[in-house]
Design a protein around this ligand. Structure first.
Ligand SMILES: [Zn+2]
Length: 480
């Protein structure tokens, strides 16, 4: 019986043997791929512009149909609104199905006067393609399409069954994607998920990540009286909402950030040995970090490593407090109302609903049973084991294509909708970044390093063939 390790070594040997053929094919066709990417990036598919999103979806539908994909372009919710493109090319039910996620909506272009070229007039110069969407995310998912084209031409096989899901609302948080995926579970059945987005680490070290923290954002309003009052006439006989809310906020965390809400850590799972090994390889210089932020020393519970605090521990952060008078001069007032904005980053197995319930229970025990609570951003946490066979395959594919050791991030500290794939569909997931570190995502003069585009195509080719060779059970993680 072969182990995961043997299987991966065999797959890597096949990749290395096939690479020369891929490079020759890229030498012949890469200039045309860049021209096609320019055409795609000329489409002004802003997240808010529905007609531009449909036009871009239809453009991609034609590209995918030409590669033999069956395509569907429904609205993400109801009968109208922005679309989602689903494209499937399934060869053999015995082979694993690789679900590839990407997004073709782009960020606004303001301030437009800071662009060297018009943002939707993609321009190649000095080895980069400039233009909105070149790096985020059109140039990254387009690499998958060009990999399929290349593999078909070269007759390399077997290829994984492929399902592409191209979103048009990623830049605004994909608010309807989870419900959409739930309604289309049959169409989206897969063994593993691959996603190219984001940018390389400093020094252009390519990265793979396998999870994210969630977020439970609450806007908490405390009322102590029905109106503001004079602090002289009423001082001592009317409670102050700001003073009172401060007591509640002080009861939530201690000086090292440990959360004091009962049961908050109940579902938190510590990192595995493989997680610890990956974290130990992550670049971090504590002295530089402290100097850069003017910190007197490390923050957080003693004994925990920097990355463990960012990846495997939840937080409770007061992101804003509003109460009373904050203008110039003095105003002697007793504020009747005080508001705090609280964002709690959650880790795997925690849910915003459960955490909100625990927050409310804590507030009640502190004497605040009638807090007015408004919900803000909510994201579920998600995580795939860094040493899952599919994750290791993606890490090795990226490393080989970019000729470097990739940075492996078990969990990113921020939040995104990847729980849809990892938790809702229960699939192993690898998110890679093909774009270079200085790609200026979301900013003027966004640009995509064309060498990264070319290596991205190689990576996608390796992942598509590698997943097929890995086999169904291993891709789904059942063989472990
Ligand atoms: Zn993106």
């Amino acid at each position: 019986m072969t182990t995961d390790h043997d299987a991966l070594a065999g797959i890597e040997a096949a990749w290395a043997a096939e690479r020369a053929g891929y490079e020759r094919d890229l030498d012949t066709h890469f200039a045309r791929y860049v021209a096609e990417l320019e055409e795609l990036c000329a489409l002004p598919s802003l997240s808010s512009d529905e007609s531009a999103l449909w036009a871009c979806g239809e453009f991609l539908e034609r590209k995918l149909a030409a590669l033999g994909f069956q395509t569907h372009l429904p609205a993400v919710e109801g009968a109208s609104g922005p679309p989602v493109l689903i494209a499937r090319r399934h060869y053999d039910p015995a082979l694993p199905t690789l679900l590839i996620y990407g997004h073709f909506d782009v960020q606004p272009v303001d301030p437009v006067e800071l662009w060297t070229d018009a943002p939707f007039t993609p321009t190649a110069r000095d080895g980069y393609l400039y233009g909105r969407g070149t790096a985020d995310d059109k140039g990254q998912f387009f690499a998958h399409l060009k990999a399929v084209e290349m593999l078909d031409r070269l007759g390399v096989g077997p290829l994984a069954n492929l399902t592409l899901v191209l979103d048009s609302q990623e830049e605004v948080g994909s608010p309807h994607l989870a419900a959409f995926v739930e309604r289309h579970r049959d169409l989206l059945a897969a063994d593993c998920v691959f996603y190219a987005d984001g940018e390389a680490f400093a020094g252009n070290r390519v990265m793979v990540q396998h999870g994210n923290r969630g977020d439970c954002f609450l806007i908490v309003r405390h009322r102590a009286a029905s109106r503001d009052t004079h602090s002289g006439i009423f001082g001592g006989v009317v409670p102050n909402a700001a003073n009172e809310l401060a007591l509640l906020l002080a009861s939530l965390v201690d000086r090292d950030g440990t959360i004091l809400i009962e049961g908050f850590y109940d579902d938190v799972v510590p990192p595995t040995a493989a997680d610890r090994e990956a974290m130990a390889r992550l670049p971090h210089d504590q002295a530089d970090f402290e100097a850069g932020l003017g910190l007197a020393g490390p923050f957080g519970p003693p004994g925990l490593d920097h990355w463990e605090k960012v990846m495997f521990r939840p937080t409770l952060n007061v992101s804003g407090i509003t109460a009373g008078y904050q203008g110039p001069g003095t105003k002697t007032v007793i504020p009747c109302e005080a508001t705090a904005r609280i964002d709690m980053r959650l880790v795997k197995n925690q849910t915003p609903d459960d955490i909100e319930r625990k927050f409310k229970a804590h507030a009640a025990t502190q004497g605040f049973p009638d807090l007015e609570i408004e919900r803000g951003m909510r994201y579920l946490p998600a995580r795939t084991a860094v040493d899952h066979p599919f994750c290791r395959l993606a890490q090795r594919a990226l490393g080989l294509a970019f000729d470097q050791e990739p940075v492996i991030t078990p969990v990113i500290g921020g939040s995104n909708p990847n729980h849809i794939w990892m938790e809702q569909l229960g699939l192993p997931m690898a998110e890679v970044a093909y774009a270079q570190h200085d790609c200026r995502m979301h900013a003027p003069d966004e640009r995509y390093d064309l060498d990264h585009f070319r290596r991205g195509i190689l990576t996608s080719a390796f992942v598509i063939t590698g997943t097929a060779r890995l086999g169904r059970l291993a891709a789904a993680g059942e063989a472990r």
